[in-house]
Design a protein around this ligand. Structure first.
Ligand code: XBP
Ligand code: MG
Length: 248
């Protein structure tokens, strides 16, 4: 039976957005005369910490030059970064393959949609508004974002928040993630999870994933099957999700 709801992570799953986040962080540091620049290898390590404020706080523990000018200003720095990110995301970050197709099919079939993300709500609004139109967020029955829960991924809080508001059991839903932290959060909430690794997570291990696929697939661009369910197929569709779940 096809799922009653699809729950999507945002960054790395709906779109490859982490380079825009990294740019927003670095531009904010420069504007604040903080001598910090997060290159790709550093950012890949920093992404182990979900949440931009938490990521900055973690970075400060390494004692970077100028850290004393940031202590007590993390929320202010992060707000400035969010303003920069929303401007970048509003220009547009393309949705990953298959995302718009699956969202459209779910809406047509009466399958409910939700978002469970660590990122801040303005970031979700900017990204989806640019990609799916001004009323994009109305496509989603529940949007769980950022600080609405006390503990961020890999804690399951954001997925439990979404399931509570959907009033659906985890067994009736499927989650979509790109990272190990996100997978752990979704699994912690009891959700079967399809992982589509992104630029910062490809090659990582995803133990417990229901399926690991290069992306959700398009008719002219089938996904690459990496692990779990979906071998020998090309597209993640509602029908495929129903068959894969029934096969266990
Ligand atoms: C990924 C994150 C976020 C973003 C930055 O979120 O961990 O922290 O990297 O966004 P997702 P903020 O759960 O969508 O993969 O600075 O707003 O946290
Ligand atoms: Mg993600």
């Amino acid at each position: 039976m096809i799922p009653k709801a699809l729950i999507f992570d945002v960054d790395g799953t709906l779109a490859e957005t982490e380079e825009l986040h990294r740019q927003a962080f670095n531009e904010t540091f420069a504007a604040e005369l903080l001598p910090w620049h997060w290159d790709k290898s550093a950012y890949r390590r920093l992404l182990d910490v979900a949440g931009g404020k938490e990521r900055i706080a973690h970075f400060l523990t390494s004692g970077p030059d100028g850290a004393e000018r940031a202590v007590g200003r993390i929320a202010e720095l992060h707000a400035a970064k969010t303003r920069r990110y929303t401007a970048l995301a509003a220009v547009g970050a393309p949705l990953r393959p298959g995302v718009a197709r699956l969202i459209r099919d779910a809406r047509r079939a009466g399958v409910r949609l939700a978002i469970a993300t660590t990122t801040s709500l303005p970031n979700v609004e900017a990204l989806l508004g640019a990609a799916l139109g001004a009323d994009a967020l109305a496509l989603f029955d529940v949007v769980g974002a950022g600080d609405v829960v006390p503990a961020k991924k890999p804690a399951p809080d954001i997925y439990n928040y979404v399931l509570d508001r959907l009033a659906l059991p985890a067994a009736a839903c499927v989650a979509f993630e790109d990272s190990t932290n996100g997978l752990k959060a979704a699994l912690g909430a009891g959700l079967a999870t399809i992982v589509t690794p992104g630029i910062y997570t490809e090659g990582d291990d995803f133990p417990g994933a229901f399926a690991v696929l290069s992306d959700l697939g398009e008719p002219d661009a089938p996904y690459r099957h990496l692990a779990g369910a979906g071998g020998g197929e090309a597209l993640v569709t509602l029908d495929a999700l129903g068959r894969w779940r029934a096969a266990g």
